[in-house]
Write a protein that binds this ligand. Structure first.
Ligand code: 3PG
Length: 306
């Protein structure tokens, strides 16, 4: 069996070593395609692969058509909006993710960015502290739960909104459940986004929500750029000079925002949330194990397509 690791944004070398070890033990062959710049490289590499490990790499009908032997794709990470699930099902390909494996890394970056925002992007002026501030977590999945844990260490008061998460889970984590999205934005100096990009959430965070933030509010987005209404964000920042937006998912209008709101917006050049050796090891090795489990035992506990 041939397993292709196709990562435009590569794993740490130590994670690739771990993946190789799992595959070696199963008697599978590893093929590595890292930092590819041309889609044709991916189409060529996948041609004889039985399984595939990806990150945010796009897997659509074209890739699936090129992958005649493919049986399973594992997205080493949480969000699978980069995979065309219907096309995978139509091609008889199982799709799994590795929930929770990189969530601490993303959660730590939330605080790296929040501290930077309240310290005025480290520009030498007097800023403020997170201690005593209120944090609103927009979606209480694996990342949101890690964010809550870390926020407690900062001495923040934490609440969360998530219609898909039982309230008891929040309460057990010492987090106040919030039912109304407007209350989430109006009641918290820092709001951290952890919603996936779905048909329901795309473009859902815009002017009306952002301008509800209290004075000196900070919106942190380590989720997906697609959940933002970018023009709404731009208008909100223009109307509310006290607000800041920091994101690990660079918006399409990043250059405009940087030019119009210097010192109030920050974007990483490439999504860095899960870019730690630990997250790469956790997610990469989990993905390799899930592939072995599927090909050898027919099990797919984290299947996300039908
Ligand atoms: C995820 O969905 O797991 C994160 O956004 C990380 O994505 P990445 O593997 O492309 O860094």
């Amino acid at each position: 069996m041939k397993v292709l690791v196709a990562t435009e944004k590569p794993f740490a070398a130590v994670a690739v070593d771990g993946i190789r070890k799992v595959l070696d033990e199963a008697g599978y062959e590893l093929a590595l395609l890292e930092k590819y710049t041309d889609r044709q490289q991916l189409l060529d590499a996948v041609a004889d692969a039985d399984a595939m490990i990806i990150r945010s790499d796009k897997v659509d009908a074209e890739v699936l058509d090129a992958a005649k032997n493919l049986k399973i794709v594992v997205r080493a990470g949480a969000g699978y909006d980069n995979v065309d699930l219907a096309a995978a099902t139509a091609h008889g390909v199982c799709v799994e993710n590795t929930p929770g494996q990189n969530s601490n890394a993303v959660a730590e970056l939330v605080f790296g960015m929040a501290v930077m925002a309240v310290r005025n992007m480290y520009n030498g002026t007097s800023g403020s502290e997170l201690k005593g501030k209120r944090l609103g977590i927009h979606a209480f999945g694996q990342v949101g739960r890690n964010v809550a844990r870390i926020a407690k260490g900062f001495g923040m008061e934490v609440c969360a909104l998530d219609p898909y998460c039982p309230e008891e889970v929040m309460v057990a984590a010492g987090v106040e459940p919030v039912k109304d999205i407007k209350a989430l934005y109006s009641g918290n100096q820092v709001v951290s986004l952890h919603i996936p990009a779905t048909a329901e959430t795309k473009g859902s965070v815009g002017y009306d929500l952002i301008t509800l933030l209290p004075k000196n509010g900070v919106l942190v987005n380590t989720a997906r750029k697609e959940v933002m209404d970018e023009e709404g964000l731009r208008k909100a920042l223009a109307d509310r000079p006290d607000l800041k937006y920091v994101a690990d998912v660079k918006p399409d209008n990043a250059e405009v925002l940087l030019a119009e709101f210097p010192g109030r917006v920050f974007f990483t050049p490439k999504k860095m949330g899960a870019q730690t050796a630990e997250a790469n090891i956790n997610a990469g090795i989990a993905a390799a194990r899930q592939i072995v489990e599927f090909l050898r035992d027919g099990k797919a506990p984290f299947r996300v397509n039908k």
